[in-house]
Write a protein that binds this ligand. Structure first.
Ligand code: SF4
Length: 332
């Protein structure tokens, strides 16, 4: 299928899978758009001011370790190498955990979770599928939004050896509800986005997005309670994909317009609205809650211990520095 009409130059910009940059490095992916939708204020603090949490939720690091282990499994077929890679990820990121107890907790759980998965799916996958790529990035120009490229990172792209059908396999680790995880991903924009990328690269051979869930309740230490389950292949309609393209194009146009307004001196609260429904999502206080009501300059001067300013130059507002942003009078 084709996205909304684009220039030939834009069409040529669609990039086939290639090795992805480090996890979390892409800016204009599904998570970037989702955060803008969830809370614009948080989006502004994270992407414009470059403020991030120093510590990362253990579920995210554990999920990353399982992703890494599975990538090595698909590349080598070696349980030992895959397990070691997953454990290495935990050890490399030990300082990002809130506590050493959390790091140890995750460290102990990589091998049992992977063992259950090898037995459920890992060996079968190597027989049934040809691995076309792991941790592969696909870049797509966003229609009618020059300068924005939508990025996706497919955990595994595999081809059925018999039928030739190509699928995206996406790993999710779950600790509270397997069904909830499956259903929330089924309904998410990630599926539509990756369907778009899969169809652009593989055409009619692309047959869908498969959610690959590994569930283990954090309250249990018994590996027999681990469950591995996959969704059916999910393939959105052409109309749904065009709707997604239109939505993301609109969203990026809005973001661009706000960047220009911010550069011209509009105070950020006029541009990036709070969404207080999101302040306690996932049963946890938003990490930015303590500085959220402050003006930008005050936020940067009064960062609590758990926040830091990212040491990169990839903030979205070109040509601006913290000194020349308009912060509003008397706000500090
Ligand atoms: S505290 Fe609430 S309103 Fe403020 S950034 Fe976080 S989610 Fe948004």
């Amino acid at each position: 299928m084709k996205p909304f009409s684009q220039s030939d130059q834009q069409k040529e910009e669609v990039e086939a899978p290639k090795k992805a940059p480090p996890r979390g490095a892409s800016l204009a992916g599904v998570h970037y758009a989702s955060l803008y939708d969830a809370c614009q204020r948080k989006f502004h603090m994270k992407y414009n001011l470059g403020i991030e949490e120093k510590w990362v939720d253990k579920a995210l690091i554990f999920g990353s370790a399982i992703h890494e282990a599975k990538a090595v499994w698909y590349e080598t077929g070696s349980e030992e190498k895959a397990d070691n890679r997953g454990i290495q990820e935990i050890e490399d990121r030990v300082d990002e955990f809130y506590s050493h107890e959390e790091a140890n907790f995750c460290h102990e759980r990589v091998r049992p979770l992977m063992k259950a998965w090898y037995q459920s799916y890992g060996y079968r996958d190597l027989e049934k599928y040809k691995i076309l790529g792991v941790e592969q990035e696909v870049r797509l120009p966003v229609p009618f939004t020059p300068g924005y490229v939508h990025t996706q990172r497919h955990d595994a792209i595999m081809e059925d050896r018999e039928s030739g059908a190509v699928y995206t396999f996406d790993t999710k680790t779950a600790s509270s509800s397997l069904d909830f995880t499956l259903n929330s991903v089924r309904l998410s924009d990630q599926v539509t986005s990756y369907n778009w990328g899969g169809m652009e690269v593989f055409g009619k051979r692309y047959k869908g997005f498969i959610i690959d869930v590994q569930y283990w309740s954090t309250r249990s230490s018994n590996p027999h309670t681990i469950k591995c389950q996959r969704s059916e292949p999910i393939l959105k309609t052409e109309h749904e994909i065009k709707m997604f393209q239109a939505n993301i194009g609109g969203l990026f146009n809005e973001i661009q317009a706000k960047e220009r307004a911010l550069a011209l001196g509009t105070p950020s609260p006029f541009l990036y609205r709070k969404n207080t429904f999101y302040c306690m999502s996932f049963f946890r206080k938003c990490a930015y809650a303590d500085v959220c009501p402050l003006a930008d300059r005050a936020i940067l001067k009064r960062l609590p211990d758990h926040l830091t300013v990212r040491e990169t130059d990839d903030r979205r507002f070109d040509g601006l520095t913290y000194d020349n942003i308009y912060f509003g009078e008397g706000a500090i």
